[in-house]
Design a protein around this ligand. Structure first.
Ligand code: M24
Length: 543
């Protein structure tokens, strides 16, 4: 469109690698084979080196071929963060095999809803999630085999990773003889991840090898990357199954960092890990920022090693960011803003231009614009509108869902984020509101449509609307407005328990329930969520 106001990302330091992500990872793992620590599980102290990742990913790639997987076959990884999480992911990237990740806390129904989109034939699952996964395997015909990622012993029908590798490959393969396969990086699907996008139920976000290359080039960049000196320690408590954790961590392997991982946030363990490993850089979701800003516990540990805090995935209050920077005596907070649909962050705080409170500036190889909600015209500085992005980091589309893809990416290739924001005169972006219906609880996606669907299955519920209400610690809490069937009765607790029995913990209705006569809807029958939010906050203020 002529006369559009578009902000272009900063000049990149490095050219984009046009090869596959698998090849780039293979080269980096080989280059850093001299480093003894690539990933350390802070809970178990298990350490894997760059050479371990290289050898095991190559061996697994050989196993995949022997097992019968081919280019575009789909596998899944369902696990909490651990030191071997990336073995199958990287092996798949070498071969043009697609990985669908799934949250390890999911119930059997949630696993079905997610995996039914990508239909993986081979699933790598941690012990924690094995019960639900085996139950699912019995009920679907696409999962042919489940491998337990973190057990030396087989678990019932599920073979251990060790035995799977013994079964399908020679021990001690010589990685010098291994070569990742070659294919068109722009077209080849790398991963399918879950996101509800701007509306409706979760969909499969199709990300390509080229998308990953853009993330890798961001990480290598001295201004937009996270400390690119090999062997620098970085503490990550972002789930690897989510785009934020997956693509930040993969890119840390590209630059040879030493990643210390946490599976979950536990206040004292988090602080003692920083102290023990003298951590200079932490990657975390905004709720941990609130803890760092406020908790008296922080003073009881030596956190003086921290030089960098990188966060994103949900809004971070400016006061919280200022308080954390002050308390940790650092220059400011590095924020990133991204969507699963943009693979990783498209706005990042540059090291030489930190503006606390902003979600960053346009990253290299990305174009951004702010679009007026009524006219659709692009806007200049300090004017609010929808954030839109165009870049080779943006998804190919939603898996087998052209309609949703066309709604998200317009004919000129712009992804409409569903977020409202603006940029200032210096090009720093601020995300101020959300146009889309998505709820973010501690950075995790909660799709209102999923909870509404579940509520409507209840025999006493005639109609329901779900939205997020603000919460300082969690960002937002899912809350529901409910219309009861005539003559039926239900208590708030009964509704909360009904949902809690059917969803993973992040989707529980923690923001409360109000019983109403009608769910506010527009002329086309679409829920008016701003009105829902008003009804729910009215109730909260009465308490
Ligand atoms: P998904 N501020 C406000 N809202 C934000 C936000 C931010 N900084 N970031 C995301 N959101 C909200 O679950 C928006 O409503 C992610 O959250 C996601 C995916 C990949 C990477 O996806 C948005 O529409 C990242 C986040 C990411 N975050 O930080 C970094 N990467 C990062 C930070 C520092 O689909 C919705 O969440 C350095 C490098 C980085 F990569 C998208 O939710």
């Amino acid at each position: 469109m002529p006369n559009e106001i578009v902000l272009h990302g900063a000049k990149p330091r490095d050219p984009l690698d046009l090869g596959t992500a698998g090849n780039q990872l293979f080269r980096a793992l080989t280059q850093f084979s001299y480093l003894k620590e690539a990933l350390i599980d802070a809970h178990t102290e298990e350490v894997v080196s760059y050479a371990d990742i290289l050898e095991n990913s190559c061996r697994l790639a050989v196993c995949f071929e022997k097992y019968g997987l081919r280019q575009n076959s789909v596998i899944s990884v369902c696990s909490e963060n651990n030191a071997i999480f990336f073995y199958p992911v990287i092996a798949a990237l070498y071969m043009g095999i697609i990985t669908a990740t799934v949250n390890d806390n999911y119930t059997e129904r949630e696993l079905l809803d997610t995996l039914n989109i990508s239909k993986p034939e081979l699933v790598f699952c941690s012990k924690k999630a094995i019960k639900n996964m085996m139950a699912l395997k019995k009920n679907v015909n696409f999962i042919k085999k489940v491998v337990v990622l973190d057990s030396r012993e087989d678990m019932g029908e599920a073979e251990s990773l060790t035995n799977f590798m013994k079964h399908y490959s020679q021990p001690n393969i010589d990685v010098r003889n291994f070569k990742p396969h070659d294919f068109d990086a722009k077209e080849q699907v790398a991963l399918i991840m879950s996101s509800s996008g701007t509306t409706g139920l979760p969909k499969g976000v199709v990300l390509t090898h080229r998308n990953l290359s853009v993330r890798f080039v961001h990480c290598k960049d001295p201004l937009f990357g996270t400390r690119t000196v090999p062997s620098t320690s970085i503490l990550s408590i972002v789930p690897f199954h989510h785009a934020f954790g997956m693509f930040t961590t993969l890119s840390y392997f590209i630059v040879g960092l030493r990643v210390i991982l946490l599976k979950r946030f536990e206040e004292e363990f988090f602080l003692s890990t920083i102290e023990k490993y003298r951590i200079p850089t932490i990657v975390l979701a905004p709720p941990v920022m609130v803890f760092l800003a406020k908790s008296p516990l922080v003073d009881q540990y030596d956190v003086s090693s921290i030089r960098e805090v990188a966060t994103g995935g949900a809004p971070v209050g400016t006061e919280v960011a200022v308080a954390v920077a002050k308390r940790l005596k650092i220059n400011g907070i590095l924020q990133g803003y991204g969507l699963t649909e943009t693979c990783c962050a498209v706005l990042i705080t540059p090291h030489d231009d930190v503006k606390t409170g902003s979600t960053g500036k346009v990253a290299p190889y990305v174009q951004a614009k702010i679009v007026d909600l009524t006219t659709g015209k692009s806007l200049g500085p300090n004017k609010r509108g929808e954030l839109c992005f165009k870049s080779e980091i943006i998804m190919k589309g939603y898996f087998n869902n052209q309609k949703a893809t066309d709604e998200a990416i317009d004919k000129d290739g712009w992804l409409h984020s569903g977020d409202i924001g603006y940029y200032d005169d210096g090009g720093h972006f601020y995300v101020v509101d959300r146009l889309k219906e998505l709820i973010k609880y501690k950075g995790y996606q909660v799709a209102p449509a999923e909870l509404e669907w579940l509520l409507l299955q209840h025999p006493s519920i005639k109609d329901a609307g779900v939205t997020g209400i603000p919460d300082e610690a969690a960002g937002e809490l899912p809350a529901a407005c409910i219309v009861l069937e005539e003559g039926h009765s239900l208590s708030e607790l009964e509704v909360i328990d009904y949902i809690a029995e059917r969803v993973s913990p992040t989707k529980r209705i923690r923001g409360g329930v109000v019983f109403v006569d009608d769910i506010p809807k527009g002329a086309t029958g679409k829920l008016i969520r701003s009105e829902l939010r008003r009804m729910l906050s009215q109730k909260k203020s009465k308490l």
